[in-house]
Each structure stands twice: as C-alpha cells, then as structure tokens.
Design a binder for this molecule. Structure first.
Ligand SMILES: Cc1cc2nc3c(=O)[nH]c(=O)nc-3n(C[C@H](O)[C@H](O)[C@H](O)COP(=O)(O)OP(=O)(O)OC[C@H]3O[C@@H](n4cnc5c(N)ncnc54)[C@H](O)[C@@H]3O)c2cc1C
Length: 662
C-alpha cells in the first residue's frame, strides 16, 4: 500500500527522487531516462513562473524557448529590477581557466564542505556539473564578464575555496547576468510565448484535486499592485522563484521588496519548509549607523581578495577609535590584529562567511570594535594599494569603493573601510526533490526560495550559480517529467470553485487587515520583529534565548493583528497594504526559524548554537543526531508545525570537521 502523505515522517532517497548510480552519473542517467513532452503537446501546456530574478527569468525564458506557454509575474515594474540585480561579486564555475587545480569534483567538495555537510550530495554534484554550461550560456548572450589581457575570462577568489573560480563583471555581476536573462525573456515576450505581468503579486496558490483525489497546483490568485484588483490565473504547473526571506530581520542586504510570502503560501498548502533556521550573515556589510535606517549595504566578498581584516591589538586603541580620537590609519602595523590570518592561516581572509562573521562578533564582543557603536572591524586595502597601485585596485573594485564613500562619507583609499556582519541570504526554504518539485504536485520551487544546495552555509558566488542552474539547466528537464503526464489535462476555467474560494480567502485577509486601523505603522512593527530576530535568532543562538524569542514573536503577532494601521484603500495602489501582507508572513517565518533553531541542537554553518562549540569557539556539529534536512509541515494556523526528516546519509563524501586552519 502506498504511504499516505499524512503518514510521512521520514523522506527517503526514493521520495526525494535521487537517481541511483555513481555520483558523477546521476544527472546524466536522469536526463537519459526522464519523460519528455513533444513539441505539439508543449504548445498546449501553460506554466506560471513567479519571479524574474535570475532563477525566475532564466526558467521563464527557457521554458518558453522550449515551446511551453509561460505566464511570468513579478512585483517590480520591470523584470530587470528583481533583487538579483544587486549581486555584486560574481558567479562560480569549475572551468579551471587559472590552471590552479579546479575541477567539477573540487567545486562539489568545496560546496558540500562549505555547507557543513548538510546538503544533498546528488544535488550539489549536479550544480557543480552544470556550472560550466552557465558561463557558456551567459557568454553567448553577451554578458560582459571581465577578461584578462589575452582574452580569456578572468577569475577571482571567493571564500571557502583555494582556487580562483569566480567569474565577474566588475562589481555588477548580478545586473549583467540579469540583463542576459532579461534579453532571453524579452525575446520570448516578443514572440508571445511569455505573457509578462509586472507589478503583480501572487497572494495564493490554487490547488485542484485530480481524478485520484490528489491535489495539484493549478493556478494562482494575484493582486495587481497598481489597481488593487485581485485576479485569477490558471496553469498546468506553477514554478516559484520568489527569492529569500532575509528581510524577516527588517535590516538586511536584500532588496526592500524581497519577501517570504510566496514561500508561506506554498507552506500553508502542504509544501514542506526545510531548514528555516539556516540564514547567512555576511561579514562585510556597512555597519548600521542609526535608528531610522531601513536597509543595510553589502560590500562584496570580492573585497576579501585583496582587503585584509583587522582590529587593534590593544583595547586602549579600540577605545580611542570608538571615541573618534584616532583613525584606523593612525594605528601602526605592529599593533594590528589580523585575526582571520592569525586564526585560519590556510584560508586567512578567505574563510567562509559564517566563520568570518563569527570571528568579527567575537572580537567586537571582547571590546575591540572600531566605530562609535563598537560593532565594526576594519577591511584594509593599504597593502594592496602598495602592492598593486591605486589604479589597479580602482579598476577591480572602483564602484564598490565609490559606493562606500557615498554612504559613509570617508575615502576607503585613505582610511580602512569599516564593516560588520548583516543578514544576507537564506539557505533554508521550500523543500524540493531532485526534480525541484515541492511536496505538492505540480508546484516547483527554484533559486533562493528553495532549500537548495548550500546546506547550512552558502559559499560566496554560489547563489547566482544555483539560481541560473535551476532556471536554465535543471528545471527545463525535470518539469517535463511532470508535465508529460499532464498533456491530457485541458485548460481549466478560473470560475471553478477552488479559484473562487481562494480569491474569497485572499479578500477576507485583506479586509481584516484594512479594518484594524490601529496605531502602529507596518515598519514600526517590522523593526521590532527585526530586533527580536537579531537578538534571539541571530548570530549566536541559545535554547533559552530562542524560547524567549518565540514568546516575543507571538506577542508581536498579536500586536500586529490588533494594532497595525494601514492607510488608503485596498482596491488601489497601496504600498502599506503590500508591506502589511508581507509582514504577516515574516512574523510566521521568524517563528518557524526560531522553532527550527531550537530543535537543531548543534552548530553548523550559519546556525550557531552557543551550547555547541569547541573550546576554540568553532561550530560543533552533532552528525549522529542531526545529519538530516529538517522539514516542517504546516498543521494549522495555531498549532505547532510537524517535523519531517530527510536523512543525509552520505555515500560519496566523508564528513569531517571543517578546517580552514591548515
Ligand atoms: C547585495 C547582494 C549581493 C549579492 N551578491 C552575490 C554575488 O555576487 N554572487 C552570488 O552568487 N550571489 C549574490 N547574492 C545572492 C543572490 O543575489 C541571490 O541569492 C539571488 O539573486 C536570488 O535570485 P532569485 O532569482 O532566487 O530571487 P530574486 O532575485 O530575489 O527574485 C525574486 C523575484 O520574485 C518576485 N516575487 C517575489 N514574491 C513574489 C510574489 N508573491 N508575487 C510575484 N512575484 C514575486 C520578485 O518580484 C522578483 O522578481 C547577493 C545578494 C545580495 C543581497
């Protein structure tokens, strides 16, 4: 007898659809045997793609190029404004142009190790395998990657790797890659194969039971953000590439519109939310400078190629820096503590982000912070300027230096930059099988929105790689395996009761929010949530703190639903309503993150439980108890979610303690 969905407690490799066979042949074998949809049938099948970031745009363009009819939605006024545009530093691929020993296996190994052995082997290997195709595809589209004098594409180094495999376009890699994907998308819009809906926000997914009673994703309810109109859309499958949920923390490096609502809609319909507590805190952000700030700015990890991170050796120097009596450049070389080089001689300033962030926190907690809040360390280019000359440094990082100067009003060529960790990326997300399908049939999830291939910690320049791998090279194959069974399913009317009910529920939620008319702005409540998240679910977590955090989040939820004030009308342009709808979900995600962090009694990657550390302050995994993906299943509005585990029984990789020292 087949296992009923309600009875699933453990996800087996078969359920995750991981192909059998040797690691390096799994993807090839999958492609050789997957079911295909013939060209005439493709024309009869509609696919909704949510998002136009690198994942969404590449998927929408590829599926349309293959012949499917695509309906593509995004919040922004142009697909080109998706958050992916912000990516600065680069994209990884195992081309080995530098002849420094790189290979598909090495990229696989660095990624799985960087993620603290909490990712699926088969997925990570596939990611490394298709990485090279991505670069070829983007070059063919005209993406202006940086080149060396001889004409070959240039590379630089990113954290967690000892080879140079990061392809880049100055400090605008995401923008250039997105322009490439956008060109491909525009071509399909022009041909009528993609119908583009900008300024539309999906507010729910519509599920319809098939003849066997199994519910399948068959469409969405979306709000036209300009007119406020609620509309219904049908498709044979729904693909969500809605990005990450880092803005739960209010202050983050993410774009202002980045949100977790699409993920929560999937979750409420039965898609598992995997590893929600795995959030990445990026070590090189411009420190917070005031209470009225709504955004944090990333200084790209690429700066750690040539920049050296330090704090003063002497507490009295730190105190004088904090009081503004001296500048970083006034401290002599012998009084500087290059703490990453000291603690991690093999990787130095290029240790992975989680390690670098915790090391900065450790120094600042001990009083060595270098700005007026005591929450900053130096990122210093004086050595690089001496070695390479100011012009070369400007060529490589000029726009980043300019951005820093505009925000901080200090010249980073003359005085070291100040940086501090900030929330940046979420490795957790909606659980997907090897085909990128969620635990709901016909509902796929790609890019940062899924729980992805990065385990407990993503390496720099690997998010763009994963988003484009999903959109250009994985989903276009795997979705066919699903759609090949759907060719007989006719287009359904959006007058069906399932659509009507979903629309009614969305409208009821909006009416409820509009009717509160309380005293607090959406942002004021979000800011409070952010502080709780940072203090209790942030860089250092404890059981006691997490329990306290959950109580506080519950109180915030109550405050939000009784005291939020949303001006204006529901059936018109209303930014506050948009933000309120997203905040309602951030509150739920924040709680889920805390619940997951509390249950995971170990430290791994971005999840650091203070109770589980080595005497040197390094993360201490508990492989015997927690070597699994923690998937949370929705059980209702006011009941606790249920934990389902996908064991990560490694067949091909030996789990080791991550070592960046030697
Ligand atoms: C400042 C910064 C720099 C970075 N630099 C790098 C880097 O150098 N290298 C690297 O690999 N990674 C980098 N990253 C990470 C990387 O940029 C992201 O992980 C990646 O771009 C996410 O792409 P995505 O397509 O999954 O989502 P996004 O780019 O976030 O796109 C999400 C899309 O979904 C749409 N959407 C969301 N919700 C809805 C809804 N309900 N209805 C309709 N549409 C919706 C949005 O409108 C948008 O189009 C950086 C991140 C930041 C913040």
């Amino acid at each position: 007898m087949a296992t009923k969905k309600e009875d699933i407690k453990v996800i087996t490799p078969e359920m995750a659809k991981i192909p059998a066979g040797p690691l390096e042949l799994k993807w090839t074998n999958y492609k050789n045997h997957q079911k295909l949809v013939n060209p005439a049938n493709k024309r009869r099948l509609d696919v909704i793609v949510i998002g136009t970031g690198l994942a969404g745009a590449s998927a929408a363009a590829s599926l349309a190029e293959m012949g499917f009819n695509v309906l593509n939605f995004c919040i922004q006024d142009s697909p080109r404004r998706a958050h992916s545009i912000a990516a600065q530093g680069g994209i990884n691929a195992a081309k080995n142009y530098q002849n420094d020993g790189d290979s598909v296996y090495r990229l696989y190994y660095d990624t799985i190790k960087g993620g603290d052995y909490r990712a699926r082997e088969a997925n990570v290997y596939r990611l490394a395998e298709v990485s090279n195709n991505i670069i070829d595809q983007c070059v063919a589209q005209g993406v202006p990657f940086a080149r060396e004098y001889g004409g070959l594409l240039d590379n630089r180094s990113f954290g967690g790797a000892q080879v140079s495999r990061t392809f880049y376009a100055k400090g605008q890699t995401g923008q250039q890659l997105l322009l490439g994907a956008y060109s491909a998308l525009s071509r399909q819009i022009g041909k009528g194969k993609v119908k583009m809906y900008t300024r539309y926000e999906m507010l729910d997914i519509v599920l319809i039971a098939d003849e066997n009673g199994e519910k399948r994703a068959r469409g969405i309810i979306a709000r036209n953000l300009v007119t406020g109109k609620i509309e219904r859309f049908f498709a044979h499958a729904v693909v969500v590439g809605s990005g990450g949920y880092g803005n739960t923390f209010f202050l983050s490096t993410n774009a202002m519109a980045s949100n977790g609502s699409a993920a929560m809609q999937m979750y409420r319909h039965g898609a598992y939310f995997a590893n929600p507590c795995y959030a990445q805190i990026h070590p090189t952000c411009i420190p917070k400078h005031g209470d009225f700030q709504s955004k944090l700015t990333l200084m790209s990890e690429s700066l750690r190629n040539d920049g050296r991170i330090w704090v003063p050796k002497k507490l009295e120097d730190a105190k004088r820096l904090q009081a503004g009596e001296i500048k970083g450049r006034d401290i002599p070389e012998e009084d500087r503590d290059y703490y990453l080089e000291r603690r991690y001689p093999a990787f130095g300033n290029l240790v992975p982000r989680d390690v670098a962030s915790r090391a900065a926190k450790e120094r600042c907690d001990k009083g060595y912070g270098v700005n007026n809040t005591g929450l900053a360390v130096f990122l210093d280019f004086s050595d690089a300027i001496q070695r390479l000359g100011k012009d070369v440094v400007a060529q490589k990082y000029g726009n980043l230096f300019q951005m820093y100067e505009k925000i901080v009003d200090e010249n980073p060529y003359e005085n070291p930059m100040m940086i501090f960790p900030a929330i940046h990326y979420t490795m957790g997300g909606i659980w997907v099988d090897y085909e990128l399908q969620t635990s709901v049939k016909g509902l796929f999830c790609i890019g940062e929105a899924n729980f992805s291939d990065h385990g407990a910690n993503r390496l720099g320049a690997s998010a763009l790689m994963q988003g484009l791998a999903d959109g250009y090279f994985v989903l276009p194959y795997t979705i066919q395996n699903y759609l090949s069974d759907q060719i007989g399913v006719p287009r359904m009317s959006t007058d069906l009761p399932e659509f009507a009910e979903a629309e009614k529920a969305v409208k009821a939620k909006i009416d409820k929010l509009m009717a509160i008319q309380g005293k607090r702005s959406v942002d004021s409540i979000h800011k409070e949530l952010g502080l709780i998240m940072w203090d209790f679910v942030g860089m250092g977590r404890t059981a006691e703190g997490l329990k306290e955090g959950i109580k506080k989040i519950d109180a915030i939820k109550k405050e939000f639903w009784t005291n939020v004030y949303i001006p204006g009308e529901a059936n018109a342009l209303n930014n506050e309503l948009e933000k309120a709808l997203r905040l309602a979900d951030f509150i739920e995600i924040g709680r889920l993150m805390a619940v997951d962090a509390l249950h995971r009694e170990e430290s791994c990657g971005g999840h650091f439980r203070e109770e589980y550390q080595t005497p040197e302050g390094e993360a201490l995994r508990q492989d015997d108890k927690f070597a699994y993906v923690g998937c949370w299943k929705y059980t209702g509005e006011d009941s606790e979610p249920e934990l389902i585990k996908e064991p990560l029984d490694y067949e091909f990789t030996e789990r080791k303690t991550r070592n960046y020292k030697s």
